[in-house]
Design a protein around this ligand. Structure first.
Ligand SMILES: *[C@@H]1O[C@H](CO)[C@@H](O)[C@H](O)[C@H]1NC(C)=O
Ligand SMILES: *[C@@H]1O[C@H](CO)[C@@H](O)[C@H](O)[C@H]1NC(C)=O
Ligand SMILES: *[C@@H]1O[C@H](CO)[C@@H](O)[C@H](O)[C@H]1NC(C)=O
Length: 404
């Protein structure tokens, strides 16, 4: 009905003919859709075509399916506009009136019901019902920053993580497709960017809104020996002991820097330790408590939401983060700890460290190490300055309010 009345008001006869042909094609195409997708009922098609005109409908459909299209003429566009205005008044609410301040920043014009503020790494199909795409929705995420040379160790690592984990690899050497020699690689997510560090990737690809479905996020190096480690058991212990930020204990015989992360043989978990005399000003502060290293860190969803914000875009080595993550959980000396009964070996393979560049006659690994140290100082300075600025502004605020 709508189609006929519209073509009757068309001014020029040749335009009317063209509209008829387009409409005819549109209806024919709609019929084809109905035949090839029986679940898409004709009544649904009719509803759509009363909102849009059937001319537009066929045009849009062809474009989406990559089929040849016929561009509607400008007069058809203006007729469409008239028609839409009328229909909108009748059928739709005026969407220009939407403004929802509680929506995510920048999305205030959208009705809250359509907003998808969070995402995930679940792989989907290109066909079938979206609601039936996912056969599993892993609750945990593990990421490794890898070079192909470490594939054997990463393969051993991945096998310690059950099907309840999404596996995400960050490739720093540009070699991605070779990993498909491992069956699990085909289900993994691969991100490739040359010569970047774990914290560079984490800042860019692990935004808290993207990793929102995961209860725990493992952000691991590629050189960890996992013979005595099982990820499901680890998570049980982390939950039992209320750890928001944690790491497995480290084999005391290899690559150990801090007492805190040294594995203890006599317990499941420890949250506090003793360092060499004079190293700890406060037994509840790093490096005696509220502290884990950054090589094999595990974050709860909430802790990661905070830590992600603390990571600086330019300080790519993350040195100093280990001393600062305590600012994200309260009380830190109870919620940060080391899991002793699921432990790892730090093999200290200087893989990415060797990818630096020589400068002033210094070896590549030396220039990287120098930058690490420099970044640590810069990070500490930024944190100190930010805290001072905050407390200064607070002091001014409170002195103003006492004056009034
Ligand atoms: C939008 O339109 C529908 C149907 O006309 C009506 O039931 C509903 O109350 C309207 N909503 C608003 C916010 O005006
Ligand atoms: C995966 O998670 C489910 C639900 O928590 C659990 O029952 C199952 O045992 C886990 N799989 C493994 C291999 O532990
Ligand atoms: C406090 O007072 C100072 C000086 O009167 C003013 O410059 C500043 O903006 C005030 N700050 C606040 C937070 O009101």
């Amino acid at each position: 009905m709508g189609i006929i009345s519209r073509s009757m008001v068309a001014k020029k006869p040749n335009e009317t003919t063209r509209l008829f042909i387009t409409t005819f094609l549109g209806v024919g195409f709609g019929f084809l859709i109905g035949v090839s997708f029986p679940s898409l009922s004709l009544s649904k098609l009719n509803i759509s075509s009363s909102l849009l005109s059937s001319v537009d409908f066929s045009y849009i459909d062809n474009r989406k399916l990559g089929l040849p299209t016929e561009t509607p003429s400008s007069s058809q566009y203006s007729r469409k506009a008239d028609n839409n205005n009328r229909n909108q008044a009748q059928n739709l609410n005026d969407t220009s009136k939407i403004w929802v301040p509680s929506n995510p920043r920048g999305a205030e014009r959208l009705p809250p019901g359509i907003i998808a503020a969070e995402s995930d790494f679940y792989l989907r199909r290109l066909w079938g019902k979206p609601s039936e795409d996912l056969t599993s929705t892993p609750k945990y995420l593990v990421t490794f920053t890898v070079g192909y040379d470490q594939r054997k160790n990463i393969d051993a690592n991945v096998k310690k993580f059950s099907e309840n984990f999404t596996v995400l690899l960050f490739h720093y050497d540009g070699r991605v497709s070779e990993w498909d020699e491992f069956e699990w690689s085909k289900q993994a997510i691969h991100v490739s960017a040359r010569k970047q560090t774990k914290w560079w990737y984490a800042k860019r690809f692990l935004h808290p809104d993207i990793v929102a479905p995961y209860d725990y996020i493992f952000i691991w190096d590629e050189d960890l020996g996992v013979e005595h480690f099982n990820a499901e058991e680890y998570i049980k212990l982390v939950k039992k002991h209320g750890l928001e930020i944690s790491q497995p204990g480290l084999d005391p015989n290899k690559g150990l820097t801090w007492q805190m992360t040294k594995r203890r043989g006599d317990r499941e978990v420890h949250k506090i330790t003793e360092e060499r005399p004079g190293w700890c000003t406060d037994p509840h502060l790093p490096p005696c408590a509220a502290f884990v290293e950054i090589m094999a860190t595990v974050f709860s969803r909430n802790a990661w939401r905070c830590v992600w914000h603390m990571i600086q875009n330019d300080l790519v080595h993350g040195w100093g983060l280990d001393f600062a993550v305590r600012k994200c959980v309260e009380p830190a000396h109870e919620k940060i700890g080391v899991v002793d009964s699921q432990w790892i070996v730090h093999q200290t393979i200087p893989s990415l460290g060797n990818q630096g560049e020589s400068q002033n006659g210094k070896a590549p690994w030396q220039t990287v190490r120098e930058r690490c140290r420099k970044e640590w100082t810069m990070f500490q300075n930024r944190m100190t300055n930010a805290e001072e600025a905050y407390f200064r502004s607070k002091a001014i605020e409170s002195s103003n309010s006492t004056v009034h």
